[in-house]
Design a protein around this ligand. Structure first.
Ligand code: GH3
Ligand code: MG
Ligand code: MG
Length: 411
């Protein structure tokens, strides 16, 4: 029920308080009954009754009480009018020559357009079985003829009040559902970038990894970490850092396919899942992404800044344990190598499986390694191709001495 409010009243009538119920105005009738009593005003009723004489009498009473009434003289006409005019309430005679009141009520209650309209059955039969039958097929109330005006009005009002309460409940349920959806969305979204968050990434990783095990398709993971990001914050402020994060997120999304999933994994680190993508193809995606990031210029104060990122890449064939998390761990190890190798590059994790393939496909070396040089032991292939555009202009971003030493202890 809404809040009581003063409202327009028909000319010549006393000024009465009005409450809003489901968009229909209900008026407190101080002329009859207690001053606080609320009565419906101008509800649209449909009377379905084949008897001319009885109908005119009922219509006269209802119009006197302020209702607007349409009448149908048969069950079939009643069903048509109920669908066309969606009245606030139906008064339904039980005994009619074509379709009886029970059948009409049943039709009204199974039809999605009319099922919420309250139905009051009007019957001369007062047998308990008839009343029960009416209520069982969905009638909201019944009224045994003959009835007096006050009882009719009281029952109509009660049925309308229940309808208003139902519709209020439905509205609240819809609002709750909408709220629930936004809470769910919030729980899986990173508020700064709008990407999925780490929690959502973990869920999708688990599912996608299970899919690859089941159907033996490929899946790759990229971990993208912005290079020297701390310096952006230190030199231009946290807001500038945030702006960079948002733009990087935008460019990541722009570099991916719809079926790929990008998430903000940590502060300035992003995780990407590429279903049905081999590690070799994932490298192409990663390099395209780095190219897109290098193109972006940021203006902070009077300075033009470019950023770069490093990417670690792993594929499901790198994971022998069967654990989805190990895919990210492998990508993280590759990222670590990318940072150590000078940043602004993509490194693929190299697994024992890769080594086995290499061993069978490479011709045996004709010149043996000199004994003084140990055979390479690092499990990574480093992309040595020089980047087309270099990182932040040297003058604007000085390298962190800790990073120069390859120190990634903060990761
Ligand atoms: P590296 O090239 O080795 O990755 O160096 P880096 O400076 O990017 O990495 P480091 O881990 O040293 O610093 C990351 C910085 O990211 C530190 C932290 O304050 C900042 N950061 C984390 N989350 C946010 C954020 O939401 N907004 C902003 N502006 N900065 C953030
Ligand atoms: Mg970083
Ligand atoms: Mg980092």
């Amino acid at each position: 029920m809404g809040n009581p409010r003063q409202n327009d009243t028909p000319a010549g009538e006393p000024h009465l308080p009005v409450v809003e119920v489901d968009g229909t105005a209900y008026r407190c009738r101080s002329a009859r009954g207690a001053p606080t009593e609320i009565r419906p005003m101008k509800a649209n009723l449909l009377l379905i009754d084949d008897s001319e004489a009885q109908s005119s009498q009922i219509i006269e009473s209802l119009e006197r009480l302020g209702y607007s009434v349409k009448r149908a003289s048969s069950g079939a006409e009643g069903l048509r009018l109920a669908r066309e005019s969606t009245p606030d309430l139906v008064l339904l005679d039980v005994v009619m020559p074509d379709i009886d009141g029970f059948a009409v009520c049943r039709w009204l209650k199974v039809n999605a357009d009319t099922r919420d309209i309250p139905v009051i059955m009007l019957t001369v039969r007062t047998a308990v079985a008839d009343r029960i039958a009416g209520l069982n097929i969905g009638a909201d109330d019944y009224l045994a003829k003959p009835f007096d005006d006050q009882e009719l009005e009281a029952r109509i009002f009660a049925a309308l009040r229940v309808k208003a309460a139902h519709s209020d409940l439905r509205t609240r349920n819809q609002q709750l559902e909408t709220m629930l959806h936004s809470v769910e969305a919030l729980a899986i979204t990173d508020s700064l970038t709008g990407l999925f968050n780490r929690r959502r990434f973990a869920d999708v990783l688990k599912r996608e990894f299970a899919v690859t095990r089941r159907y033996r398709n490929t899946l790759s993971c990229l971990l993208v970490d912005i290079d020297h990001f701390k310096q952006i914050n230190d030199r231009f402020g946290h807001d500038a850092g945030d702006q960079v994060l948002k733009e990087v997120a935008r460019r990541i999304v722009g570099s991916l396919r719809e079926v790929d999933l990008a998430a903000r994994y940590g502060g300035e680190e992003f995780a990407i899942l590429l279903p049905h993508t081999s590690k070799k193809d994932a490298k192409i995606v990663a390099e395209r992404l780095l190219g897109n990031l290098r193109k972006q210029q940021f203006t902070f104060g009077s300075e033009l800044v470019r950023i770069t990122a490093s990417v670690g890449c792993a594929g499901n064939t790198d994971v022998a344990s069967g654990q989805a998390e190990d895919l990210v761990k492998a990508a993280d190890l590759a990222l670590y190598e990318a940072k150590n190798g000078g940043r602004n590059t993509v490194v693929l994790y190299r697994s024992p499986a890769d080594d086995a393939v290499l061993a069978t496909s490479l011709p045996p070396p004709t010149i043996p390694f000199p004994g003084s040089i140990p055979a390479p032991s690092a499990p990574f292939i480093v992309n040595m191709s020089p980047p087309s555009i270099r990182a932040v202009p040297d003058s604007s971003v000085r390298p962190n001495p800790a990073d120069e030493n390859g120190d990634k202890s903060n990761r």
